[in-house]
Write a protein of this length. Structure first.
Length: 77
């Protein structure tokens, strides 16, 4: 599989293939992976604390109590 990467603007359900790639891709079956290149708009009044509340973490339930044991690597932690 050969990979070609380019940026395009979607309009009316169509992505324009740049001219330098059109001949190579003409009539071929292609796989398209979409990546949103523009950052998501956020509320300008959003505080860091509001953003931090959305962060999801996972770990042992006693991590806040026994964090030193986990960092040092004690076998009974």
């Amino acid at each position: 599989m050969n990979a070609i990467e380019f940026q395009a603007v979607a309009h009316d359900g169509v992505l324009d293939i740049p001219p330098e790639h059109r001949r190579l891709l003409d009539g071929k079956k292609v796989r398209v992976v979409l990546v949103d290149a523009e950052p998501q708009a956020t509320d300008g009044n959003e505080t860091i604390f509001t953003r931090l509340r959305r962060v999801k973490t996972q770990g042992p339930t006693d991590l806040s109590t026994n964090h030193d044991a986990y960092v040092v690597g004690e076998p009974d932690a």
